[in-house]
Design a protein around this ligand. Structure first.
Ligand code: CA
Length: 365
């Protein structure tokens, strides 16, 4: 068949299908499971944990909302509210759960206090990379568990971006041995903080706006944040010039999470559009992080020294992580269940990764 013939036939075929679909829709309103009627206009309120248009994360959710509007022909409007406009940054989970707002965009590891298992869906120290995390969620059973556990809070989660590998943080003094960590105060959240605690660090939680001052005044000795692109905006280099490579957040997952009852009331069309737009957002964010981190690394101030933590410390971190995972599993059945699924994927993934990506990166050098 010539290309032109193919196009004509396909176009005719498509309109024939569309025609008969419309015809059937008059009777049933449904073709397969998709509602073919034009969706009614819906407006949703989505709150974030970031300042307005915050680079990469905030602009990512702005683009997601725009995309939902475009793909729905204007019938789905998602209004994005930056942190503290409708609800404080770290109350978006509760506000969505209670249906005060329809959805939120945030980081999964913030909700560890709600259920320890949630930290696993947000990413694991020394664990899966962003691409591997998303593979586990989509194909390895992670999403089913995440949705089951969020369901208890009347929430329905979708991956809403991911950071790629994060850096290990900014230190005022060099870390040459495990003993150098003793008594250090470091801003580091999540499971990474729990591991650091076992290595002698005093982990502290500080909101973004207070980190630089605390570092400059010596209230804290070190801080992690994200990677060169976002870290360089914070000015950490002036107060803590030793910039360590990462281990504790190899692939942190961000989320677009909906009130579950609200999600279930949306049309099939709108749910499909949101799902597609969230996938697009996730890919775009990972690529944007990679590109902007690469560029920002070149532009770091001259006094910055890139360092890697001593092997002794990373060996101790692996032992400490296993202790943390065992302790959490004893305390929480959900944590144990999510960890079992996660570790099942790690075991499946490793032999293939060893002879594919890992092997190739070594060869490429
Ligand atoms: Ca971080």
């Amino acid at each position: 068949m010539k290309r032109r013939d193919f196009l004509t036939t396909t176009a005719l075929g498509a309109s024939a299908v569309a025609f008969s679909a419309c015809h059937r829709a008059e009777e049933t309103n449904k073709v397969g499971s998709v509602n073919v009627n034009k969706a009614k206009k819906v407006t949703l309120k989505l709150a974030t944990s970031w300042p307005a248009h915050f680079p990469i994360m905030g602009t990512g959710v702005d683009a997601f909302a725009k995309r939902c509007f475009e793909l729905s022909g204007g019938s789905l409007e998602i209004k994005v509210f930056p942190k503290n406009i409708l609800v404080p940054a770290l109350q978006v989970f509760d506000a969505t759960s209670a249906a005060q707002i329809d959805a939120f965009h945030s980081g999964v590891y913030y909700w560890k206090g709600k259920n320890p298992a949630f930290s696993i869906f947000g990413g694991m120290p020394l664990g899966l990379t962003s691409e591997e995390m998303i593979t586990w969620l989509k194909f390895g059973g992670g999403y089913e568990l995440w949705r089951e556990m969020y369901g208890k809070f009347n929430l329905y989660p979708l991956v809403g971006g991911t950071t790629g590998p994060q850096m290990g943080g900014w230190f005022k003094k060099e870390i040459n041995a495990l003993a150098d960590l003793k008594g250090l105060k470091m801003r580091i959240p999540g499971l990474g903080g729990e591991v650091m605690k076992k290595l002698g660090v005093n982990p502290v939680l500080l909101p973004a706006g207070e980190i630089y001052t605390a570092l400059e005044r010596g209230t804290i000795d070190a801080t992690e944040w994200v990677g060169p692109a976002l870290d360089s905006m914070m000015g950490f280099a002036k107060a803590a010039p030793y910039y360590y490579t990462g281990w504790h957040e190899p692939g942190s997952i961000l989320e677009i999470t909906f009130n579950k009852a609200r999600w279930e009331k949306l049309s099939d069309e709108h749910r499909a559009i949101i799902t597609a737009a969230s996938e697009e957002m996730t890919g775009n964010m990972l690529q944007e992080f990679r590109y902007k981190n690469a560029k920002a690394l070149q532009a770091l101030p001259k006094n910055v020294q890139i360092k890697t933590f001593p092997k002794e410390m990373m060996d101790a971190a692996k032992v400490a992580l296993n202790e943390v995972l065992e302790e959490e599993s004893k305390k929480s059945a959900d944590f144990k269940k999510a960890l079992k699924s996660y570790q099942g994927f790690v075991k499946l993934n490793k032999p293939w990764d060893d002879i594919s990506t890992k092997n190739f990166l070594e060869i490429r050098g």
